[in-house]
Design a protein around this ligand. Structure first.
Ligand SMILES: [Zn+2]
Length: 93
């Protein structure tokens, strides 16, 4: 795997660490790099940030591995169910 290229799944796994400022600088940069170039993750990230703001601070105890799996399956479902034409189109071509 290219160590400079975060996958969408990796981003999902890192999103809470990112929001808590717990990512090492290297990971932090890769995270932002992927986020700025990936519509799906950007949309997902906005939703996560919004959700966390509603729920309050997401502590480590909330983020069991089960919760991570749940997030990942939510993310997959979301990508699956979102019709192509309703995806946000912000790319300038
Ligand atoms: Zn992505």
């Amino acid at each position: 795997m290219d160590e400079h290229d975060l996958t969408c799944q990796e981003l999902v796994e890192l999103v809470t660490d990112y929001l808590e400022g717990a990512l090492p600088e290297k990971q932090f940069k890769r995270f932002e790099q992927h986020l700025s170039g990936c519509h799906d993750c950007h949309h997902y990230f906005d939703q996560m940030r919004y959700t966390i703001r509603l729920v309050g601070r997401l502590s480590e105890s909330h983020l069991s591995s089960g919760a991570k799996d749940e997030l990942l399956s939510l993310f997959r479902d979301w990508k699956k169910e979102l019709p192509e034409q309703e995806k946000p189109e912000n790319l300038e071509e």
